[in-house]
Write a protein that binds this ligand. Sequence first.
Ligand code: ASP
Length: 589
Amino acid sequence: MKEEHWSKRTHYCGTMRREDIGREVILNGWVQRRRDHGGVIFIDIRDVTGLVQVVFNPEISKEAHETAGDVRGEYVLSCRGVVRGRPEESINPKLPTGEVEVMADELTIISASLTPPFEIEEDSDVDEALRLRYRYLDIRRPDLRDSLIMRSRVTGEVRSFLSSRGFLEIETPVLTKSTPEGARDFVVPSRLQPGKFYALPQSPQILKQLLMVAGLDRYYQIARCFRDEDMRADRQLEFTQIDLEMSFVQPEDIISLMDEMFAHLFRETLDIELEIPFPRMTWHEAMDRYATDRPDTRFATEIMDLSGIFTTSGFKVFRSALDGGGRVRGLRVEGLSAPPRRELDGMVEEAQRLGASGLVWAVREGEGLRSPVAKFLSEGEISDLVKEVGLAEGEVIILAAGGRETDPILAGMRDYCTRRYSPAPGKRFSFVWVTDFPLFDWDEEEKRYKSNHHPFTSPSRDSLDYLEERPLEVTSDSYDMVLNGIELGGGSIRIHDPGLQDRVFRLLGLSQQEAQEKFGFLLEAFNYGPPPHGGIAYGLDRIVMLMAGRESIRDVIAFPKTQSGADLLSGAPDAIYPDQLKELRLRPI
Ligand code: ASP
């Protein structure tokens, strides 16, 4: 080629449409596929927008056709040609560019490629480790590429929404001091101060509160956070938060602003109109209705308290649960009728997997119940149960007796049954706010109270009177946003009164000295006029995962780590040189 015409690109491959017919174009991209049809060569060229078919006909250009003969998969090409409509029989309706093709008259091979270690195709069944090792090739696949494009659009829209509402984007340090989220810290040894360590932030919590003390009023950041935890499908050692904080606000202000932000995000990136305000329920209500604080409200089924039916029951299991202050609760299995035995066995297995010793199920059969416990129940109990639940012929109910320890089993069974039997949900995205979490949880192992959120979360005003007397009944000004059963984010109004903060620290078993050591710099700042303030942080990875319809956050992160924290592409974590260790005054173990 005479000149490097790749620098004169006129169009992107995936954008070619009927309207472009007759246009002369210069396209650059990678070879998806080459087909030699005796004389004429077809090459699908792919770039960030998609792919288009380019035709090399020796009658148009002998030279270009010859060069096309040398091309292999994943070579980088630049070509010039004219767009034309495809003949009727070769129109490909599955491809956005399927109505056209480009008749090439010039072709340059810009880069060659080795044969890739896996085929760069949608749904090709390739080991994930291999994909991660060659992530830059994997990202050439349209679904991964599109997830990253979606991610960029989401962060762009977050920025534009928040900045239009007066938020300032402010960066906070990555080399910092331990933050209060309660996970294990990543630490970085200091060379300049041997023997001392920075901690990587688990969140910018304290720093954003300091920015409120500084008078900046509204802060946000797309912030990288680090937590040295065991990883699950939706966890990574480093992850990204949409983090924000506001001054002079009540929970209502934050909640309604976030409703608007999500309506904006979904409108701008998915063209979906969400109905706002999102429904809200208190933590107590969520636990009563769904036995979890992350209810998947796409499904209507709720957990029922059936204790009333069994108060005088002769069935020992139910009676002893009730006598011990527990409840008998039930879950009607929607979408399942007259199940064969193996479905019921499947449910029992699932319950055992969730930690239950067994599972009580009952199927309505005529006036009675088919159930392993039917013989222990009186006729009155059976008919009351059928009536109260509204159990139709053939329908199944699951029963659980006990205290809070049965929550995860009931919630897990609700998930299992809705996934398996419920008709597809009418709503694709079902948001709900869960508010007023308990301020403390009781840690049975350590025999002490722990913050349910973090120690700066404000108790609700009406529970201040019994803070010390009945700490476990104290609720907080906190809120979580849940989408389809997944917690997207959470936040709270913060304590800005040093006296109240002191009372909370004391209940947490933190002495003044310990509090000073850990958070002294925040407490000191509170001596200089802290405004009332509150905020929230979202897991960006999860938001994009759900918006892009992906299963794992790894699918929306450019360079994720494996379950064991390895970066298979770069080989991190890795050993360091003895000299580096020496410089840091560290000894190998
Ligand atoms: N920093 C908190 C978290 O990471 C969120 C917040 O309270 O704003 O969970």
